[in-house]
Write a protein that binds this ligand. Structure first.
Ligand code: XIL
Length: 453
């Protein structure tokens, strides 16, 4: 709703000719937040990251990845199955490309991931290996990959998803062959290959305080006590709408209190499709609360979304019926979630004017004689549109409408209400509709304030 008052004096009205009303500027249309997320994050000491697909890093996708984020994680390109599809044959093309893009855009890279039970090459998973062979395969893999990118990777997710939901160790190629030692060994080998990289253990469903996160906590504590190189904990944060754990900040804090950094490494918040405005608003609130929890703990150093656009998200393919999990829609328009992140980092909450805020009404006296006058009201829209309208005002000096055209006007006392005719309710973006009326006056004919609803 928007109220307008003209600035004309009674004297100018008495000159009596055309166009005595005022024209009004429209409210500016919605626009993206002025400050990129990476700058908002930097002001709070946080890197803001996204997972990326190397082949997409051009055009709008590349622009957003390069300008909004200060950290990139290859979504798949550094996984063992990607880099060594057959034994001894390496493919570093996509990983190299992402590292080069990051360097060109003054971004850090989170290396992801060295030791995992998933996305391993089939030669590795189908081979039959003695524990000694398995250990040297893993050591060589870590030495080769970490060594290749030495000095270029801010942090490595060295070990990914080692736990079951109940906090026991997941049964994997590594655990089954090497026992729990594989974790300390992998960290030690990674440190040797790149002493400057921060070394992380990363897992999902460890965002709140629960059995799994407590197992991770106990592991990190014991690794620290043994002097094993462990610098950080990654909370993946693949969350469901409305289910941000209430203990998230407390959980981040307890890891920080162990003397390690924390990163939110793979944030997305999925909803049952189709999306609607209520779900998108809830998602914005959820993103905001996750970012706020990280912002509240100094050692939460990086917050990374797992894909920034709904067109580059793993969610729809992995969780049937769910999607719309990222901060930009599939056409790269920032969603409410984007502004939720920005707001938690001290930035703009985004466009707040309702769509009708960009439509306005201008009241004009087009002619006036001793007992009567003709008035007109023009309704204009810019950055918004209307499918029906009502213009209301109160006459200030006893004026009385006698006749109206292109609208249905009623007057009760001083209150006038004019709604659209059957044929002119629609006001398109960039267009206008005008209606007119005759009215009586005596003494004075002040211009009223018109309200559009
Ligand atoms: C996902 C990728 O996004 C998908 O493209 C791929 O098909 C499967 O893996 N936890 C992780 C990530 O640590 O590596 C996973 O990425 C998502 C879950």
């Amino acid at each position: 709703m928007r109220s307008l008052r003209t600035g004309l004096s009674l004297g100018s009205l008495l000159t009596g000719i055309a166009a005595l009303g005022a024209l009004l500027a429209a409210t500016p249309a919605a626009h993206a937040a002025d400050t990129p997320l990476r700058d908002l994050g930097a002001a709070k000491g946080k890197a803001i990251g996204t997972a990326v697909t190397g082949s997409k890093l051009t055009g709008t996708y590349g622009d957003i990845a390069g300008t909004q984020f200060s950290s990139l994680t290859p979504g798949n390109a550094m996984k063992w199955g990607s880099v060594e599809p057959t034994q001894g044959n390496f493919n570093w093309a996509e990983a190299d490309q992402i590292v080069a893009f990051a360097q060109a855009h003054d971004q850090q890279v989170r290396g992801h991931t060295l030791v995992w039970h998933s996305q391993n090459p089939s030669w590795l998973t189908t081979g039959s290996w003695t524990p000694a062979q398995l250990g040297s395969l893993l050591q060589n893999h870590i030495g080769t990959e970490v060594g290749r990118y030495q000095g270029k990777i801010a942090a490595w997710d060295v070990v990914n998803e080692p736990f079951n939901e109940d906090g026991t160790y997941r049964s994997t190629l590594w655990y089954n062959g090497l026992g729990t030692d594989y974790i300390a060994d992998a960290l030690t080998w990674a440190r040797a290959a790149d002493p400057a990289a921060e070394l992380y253990i990363n897992d999902y469903n460890v965002e709140g305080v629960n059995a799994k996160s407590t197992a991770l906590y106990n592991l990190v504590k014991s690794l620290k006590q043994q002097g094993v190189p462990i610098d950080g904990v990654g909370l993946q944060a693949h969350l469901i709408l409305g289910q941000v754990p209430s203990t998230l900040q407390q959980n981040i804090q307890r890891f920080a209190d162990l003397g390690v950094d924390v990163a939110i490494t793979e944030l997305d918040i999925r909803m049952a499709l189709p999306a609607d405005s209520a779900k998108l608003a809830q998602q914005a609130a959820d993103y905001k609360s996750v970012v706020a929890a990280c912002a509240a703990v100094a050692r939460c150093v990086n917050l990374t979304v797992w894909g920034f656009t709904d067109s580059d998200s793993w969610v729809e393919g992995t969780f049937p019926g769910y999607g719309a999990a990222t901060p930009y829609d599939a056409n790269y328009a920032p969603k409410p979630a984007y502004y939720g992140i920005a707001e938690a980092l001290g930035g703009s909450g985004g466009p707040t004017d309702p769509p009708t805020g960009a439509c306005s009404a201008a009241y004009t006296v087009t002619s006036q004689w001793n007992t009567g006058f003709t008035g007109q009201v023009t309704i204009s829209c810019s950055g918004a549109s209307l499918s029906s309208w009502r213009a209301s005002w109160a006459f200030g000096a006893g004026q009385q409408i006698t006749q109206a055209w292109n609208a249905t006007c009623t007057q009760s006392g001083s209150a006038v209400s004019c709604s659209n005719a059957s044929y002119n309710g629609s006001v398109p973006d960039g267009g206008s509709v005008t209606f007119g009326f005759n009215a009586s006056w005596s003494g004075s004919n002040p211009l009223p304030t018109v309200t559009l609803t």
